[in-house]
Design a protein around this ligand. Structure first.
Ligand code: NAD
Length: 264
């Protein structure tokens, strides 16, 4: 795509202070989109991220610290985005957390938080973004699901339930917008080496008494035939493609980028 294919558009990427969300925000900015960042972290470090994106890609950015488990804060973030940029053209529902435990040991508050952040937040952002997109008859909604939206793993009950739910929500959103210029699709990554996954690498290293590199290889070997991590930049490139005219009839898909994980 050209360097200015998304010029004049505004993208809100939830959970974009780190990992995949940051990678996608940078790719959308590289195509000219203004970015509303969201996520937790040190305010000064987030300002540095914003400055880097503004300087590198000559776009505008803003930041809102909404906690994606709270409807009222999501509503405040969406109004802030409307006031700052006039409305959101591209919504990337990316914020997510993980917790690993057997069902009978799974802390109830972790279950509630995972469902709220990884699933329900997308309902709130989507319901609040759609009126502006419908008015413009253009929009792109991209939901960061996971291979765990397509297949399961043991000890990830809340995450698997939330991501399967998000894939279902993606399909309904796609159907309700099918005769408009708005598309909604899900991206389903396999292992991506971000802070969310590094915690699982650390746990594996401790459990098996191995070093960091060996723990990474063991995690990949179990599930991801390529033996390599997917990168945030590769996922960002797919998000940019979903925003293109060429992708205007891709509606309601759950597109895995997973080194072969779900082909098995
Ligand atoms: P990450 O931990 O690096 O980043 C998560 C982001 O979400 C951070 O910006 C964090 O501040 C934000 N966040 C967390 N809780 C929040 C809350 N309550 N309110 C607002 N922001 C919040 O994780 P990541 O690996 O980049 O994951 C991003 C998304 O991709 C998640 O939805 C995750 O489930 C999904 N995913 C990740 C992988 C992987 O291997 N890393 C694989 C498949 C899917």
């Amino acid at each position: 795509m050209s360097a200015s294919s998304l010029k004049g558009k505004t993208a809100l990427v939830t959970g974009s202070t780190s990992g995949i969300g940051l990678g996608i925000a940078r790719c959308l900015a590289s195509e000219g989109a203004n970015i509303v960042f969201n996520g937790f972290g040190d305010r000064q470090e987030i300002q540095i991220l914003q400055n880097a994106v503004e300087n590198e890609f000559a776009v505008k950015t803003a930041y809102h610290n909404a906690d994606m488990s709270k409807a009222i804060e999501i509503e405040a973030m969406m109004s802030f985005a409307n006031t700052t940029f006039g409305g959101i053209d591209i919504l990337v529902n990316n914020a997510g957390i993980q917790h690993v435990a057997n069902i009978e040991d799974f802390p109830v508050e972790k279950w509630d938080a995972i469902i709220a952040i990884n699933l329900t937040s997308s309902f709130h952002t989507t319901r609040l973004a759609l009126p502006y997109m419908k008015q413009k008859n253009w929009g792109r909604i991209i939901n960061l699901a996971s291979v765990h939206g397509l297949v399961a793993s043991a000890q990830k009950s809340a995450y698997v339930a939330a991501k399967h739910g998000l894939v279902g929500f993606t399909k309904t959103t796609a159907l309700e917008t099918a005769q408009t210029g708005i598309t909604c699709n899900a991206i389903c990554p396999g292992w991506v080496l971000t802070p969310l996954v590094q915690k699982q690498v650390d746990a594996r290293a401790e459990r098996d008494g191995v070093d960091n590199d060996t723990a990474k290889k063991l995690l990949l070997a179990e599930k991801q035939p390529s033996g390599e991590f997917v990168t945030p930049e590769q996922l960002g490139a797919l998000a940019v493609f979903f925003c293109s005219d060429a992708a205007s009839q891709i509606r309601g898909v759950a597109w895995n980028m997973d080194g072969g994980w779900v082909a098995q």
